[in-house]
Design a protein around this ligand. Structure first.
Ligand code: FES
Ligand code: FES
Length: 175
């Protein structure tokens, strides 16, 4: 048992240097081996737009893109993202502050209330529309399965994503 505890202690104290590109900027830092990507983003880089809403990898508030793939940043070690291209909500709007089409659609269609889930929702929506530019309402709802919103009832989020895809609102079913 003492040996096991000693080896666990070793792993906790283990540090590793990580380098990655975040929103087009080269960054690096020294992290504990157990540091999650979301911790590195929020605490190491102060990119606090990526939220933490659970400790069970269920809420999706921490959704980012890693090498173009939608990822829950709480389910990945920072060290696993070494060398990767990471995109967070801070990199979605243009440099002059102009919102992306998805962000604008969330604003126009009241796709947020408290906004806590919104960064994750926007990153998830961006991933969906990249792979499937004209999703059906069902596909949008299915894609958002891993993103929880406590406020909106989802309907306006779905409307916003459909609008961002250039599709008509009347096609949407009632809540
Ligand atoms: S904080 Fe990552 S899924 Fe909830
Ligand atoms: S807008 Fe509040 S949790 Fe989604």
């Amino acid at each position: 048992m003492l040996r096991l505890m000693a080896s666990m202690r070793f792993r906790e104290d283990f540090h590793v240097r990580v380098s990655m590109t975040v929103n087009g900027r080269n960054v690096s830092g020294e992290v504990e081996g157990r540091t999650l990507l979301v911790e590195f983003l929020r605490e190491g880089l102060h990119l606090t737009g990526t939220h933490v809403g659970c400790d069970t990898s269920q809420c999706g508030a921490c959704t980012v893109h890693v090498d173009g793939m939608q990822v829950k940043a709480c389910s990945m070690f920072a060290a696993e993202a070494d060398g990767a291209q990471v995109a967070t909500i801070e990199g979605v709007a243009a440099n002059d502050g102009t919102l992306s089409a998805i962000q604008q659609a969330f604003q126009d269609h009241h796709g947020l209330q408290c906004g806590f889930c919104t960064p994750g929702m926007v990153m998830a929506a961006a991933s969906l529309l990249k792979a499937n530019p004209k999703p059906t309402e069902h596909e949008v709802r299915e894609h958002l399965e891993g993103n929880i919103c406590r406020c909106t009832g989802y309907h306006n989020i779905v409307k916003a994503i459909m609008a961002a895809s250039g599709q008509e609102m009347p096609a949407l079913a009632a809540e």
